[in-house]
Ligand binder design. Structure first.
Ligand SMILES: NC(=O)c1ccc[n+]([C@@H]2O[C@H](COP(=O)([O-])OP(=O)(O)OC[C@H]3O[C@@H](n4cnc5c(N)ncnc54)[C@H](O)[C@@H]3O)[C@@H](O)[C@H]2O)c1
Length: 332
C-alpha cells in the first residue's frame, strides 16, 4: 500500500512514519519542513506546499493522511488569517484532489479542541461542538469539509485527538506533559495555570496506533473518532508527572499553582474508536513521563527554539518563509 503523509515531518509524523515503514507500507511525505527533517532515509520527501499539489500527484497513492497545518493555539492566534488557510482550506483542498485522483481513504488530523468550553460532561462525537477561538474553529472547518466528501468509494476518517505527549524524533516541549517534564528537569518546578480544567491526554504511542488502526480499518468505515489515552484535570496531570519523576529519578520537585481562567475545558468518550477501529490505548501519564525520561538525553538544550512551534513560526512569518525551506536544514 502506498501512503502519502502531508505534514509527516512534524511531531506526530516523525514518530508514526518509522512505524508505518516497519509494517511494510510504502510512505512518501509532503511537507514544508518548518521544523527540519528527522525522518528515516527510506522515506521519499516531497518538499512542497500542499497547495502546490495537483490531482496527478496523488494518482499513485492508496491513502492520504493529513498531519499538516498550524498545530496549536499560539500559532493560530499569532496569524489567524494563515491559520484558516492552512487548517481549513489545506485539508479540504487535499481531500478534494485525493478523491478526484481515486485515492481510497483520507485520514484527517482533527482535534478535541473542537469541543471548546464544555461543563464537566463526557462528550462523544455526536455532541454539538462550539469552538470560539481560531485554532478550534479552523480544525472544525477542516473536519467538516473533508467529512462531507466521504462516500461508498472514498473513506474519510477524522481522528479528534487529545493533547499528544511523549518523545518524538521531532520533539515539541509546548505540549502539556512535555512542558511539565521540561520545566521539572530544567527548573525543578512544575507550573499549573488552572488545576481544574479537563483535558484528554494522548500518548504519542497511542496516537500512532490510532493512525495505524485507521489506515488498516475496513474500507467501508468512515467517520469521526475521539482519540485519547485518558481524561484528566490539569492538576492531576501535574501530580502524576511530578510523582513519576520523583520516584524514577529520586529527586524532589516544587509545584506552583495559579488559577488562571481557561476558555477550553473538555473530556471525551473514546467508545466509538474502541468499537469501530479497535483502538485501545495502552499508555497513561506515568508511561508518557517514563518515555520522556528514557529519551531525555536525545533532547539536548531545553531552550532549543525548534521545540516550541510558536518560536519557529514567528521567525518564519517575520522572514516571509512559511513557504518551502531547504530539506537539508535543521535536523538532517
Ligand atoms: N500535537 C498535538 O497534540 C495535536 C493534537 C490534536 C491534533 N493535532 C493535529 O495533528 C497534526 C499534526 O500535529 P503535530 O504536532 O505533528 O504538528 P507539527 O507542528 O509538529 O507538524 C506540522 C507539519 O506540517 C507541515 N506543514 C504545515 N503546513 C503545511 C503545508 N501547507 N504544506 C506542507 N506541509 C505543511 C510543517 O512543516 C510541519 O512539519 C496537526 O494538524 C495538528 O493540528 C495535533
Amino acid at each position: 500500500m502506498r501512503i502519502l503523509v502531508a505534514g509527516g515531518a512534524g511531531y506526530i509524523g516523525s514518530s508514526l512514519i518509522p512505524k508505518l515503514l516497519e509494517r511494510g507500507y510504502d510512505v512518501d511525505v509532503v511537507d514544508l519542513f518548518w521544523f527540519g527533517n528527522y525522518l528515516p532515509k527510506a522515506v521519499k520527501i516531497v518538499n512542497r506546499d500542499i497547495f502546490d499539489l495537483h490531482e496527478n500527484d496523488l494518482a499513485e497513492y492508496d491513502q492520504v493522511v493529513f498531519l499538516a497545518g498550524l498545530s496549536n493555539d499560539p500559532m493560530a492566534e499569532f496569524s489567524p488569517s494563515k491559520n484558516f488557510v492552512f487548517n481549513a482550506a489545506a485539508p479540504a483542498y487535499l481531500c478534494y484532489i485525493a478523491k478526484r485522483a481515486k485515492v481510497r481513504r483520507y485520514i484527517y488530523a482533527s482535534s478535541c479542541s473542537v469541543y471548546g468550553y464544555t461543563e464537566n460532561e463526557l462528550f462523544d462525537e455526536d455532541r454539538p461542538v462550539s469552538s470560539a477561538y481560531p485554532y478550534g474553529i479552523s480544525k472544525l472547518q477542516g473536519e467538516r469539509a473533508v467529512m462531507q466528501l466521504a462516500d461508498a468509494n472514498f473513506s474519510v476518517i477524522a481522528l479528534r485527538k487529545g493533547t499528544v505527549s511523549g518523545y518524538s524524533p521531532r520533539m515539541r516541549f509546548d505540549l502539556i506533559v512535555n512542558t511539565m517534564f521540561k520545566s521539572a528537569m530544567k527548573d525543578g518546578l512544575i507550573r499549573v495555570n488552572n488545576p481544574a480544567i479537563w483535558r484528554p491526554i494522548l500518548s504519542i504511542e497511542d496516537a500512532c496506533m490510532a493512525y495505524i488502526r485507521a489506515i488498516e480499518a475496513s474500507e467501508s468505515i468512515s467517520g469521526i473518532f475521539n482519540i485519547a489515552s485518558g481524561n484528566h484535570t490539569v492538576g492531576e496531570v501535574a501530580d502524576l508527572v511530578r510523582n513519576t519523576i520523583e520516584q524514577e529519578l529520586r529527586t524532589k520537585l516544587a509545584l506552583e499553582i495559579d488559577h488562571i481562567k481557561d476558555i477550553r475545558n473538555y473530556k471525551v468518550s473514546i467508545e466509538r474508536a474502541r468499537n469501530v477501529l479497535s483502538f485501545h490505548p495502552h499508555h497513561n501519564i506515568r508511561s508518557i513521563t517514563c518515555n520522556l525520561i528514557e529519551n531525555m538525553a536525545k533532547c539536548g538544550n531545553w531552550n532549543n527554539p525548534n521545540y516550541y512551534n510558536i518560536q519557529v513560526f514567528k521567525k518564519l512569518e517575520n522572514q516571509g518563509e512559511t513557504k518551502p525551506v531547504s530539506v537539508g536544514g535543521v535536523g538532517r
